[in-house]
Design a protein around this ligand. Sequence first.
Ligand code: AMP
Length: 129
Amino acid sequence: MSEAKREAKIEAKIEAAGDTIFSKIIAGTIPARIVHDDDRCLVFHDVNPQAPVHLLVIPKRGIVNVAALEAEDASLVGHLVLVAAEVARKLGITAGYRLVFNCGRDGGQSVDHLHLHLLAGRPLTWPPG
Ligand code: AMP
């Protein structure tokens, strides 16, 4: 794929993701407790934590959710998961954690910008509600 075509596709994805609360956090126009920031993703504390540790790992590119991912996003998604594991290690989370992508209405997704929840600090029950 040409660079121009690739850029156009990325732009289209950003437009599709729209102006969410997470794009504002990426732009720095609303505050967040950021724990990791690199060229591809951001990790910050969830404002309404469901466990003693509740972080969100989000790509800086505006992708709506898992259902909107394409094959070329594989490396980005891998990066999100690896960053989650690295942050968990750095925070000294040794008893385990849960990573969750909510997708769509029935999946419980409320913000239309791809995000990976990292939950830890208490035993998490299964199945989820
Ligand atoms: P989901 O329901 O999977 O779409 O998750 C969205 C998450 O974003 C929820 O857990 C919210 O508590 C969280 N959230 C919403 N607004 C903010 C914000 N401004 N800062 C941090 N987390 C937020």
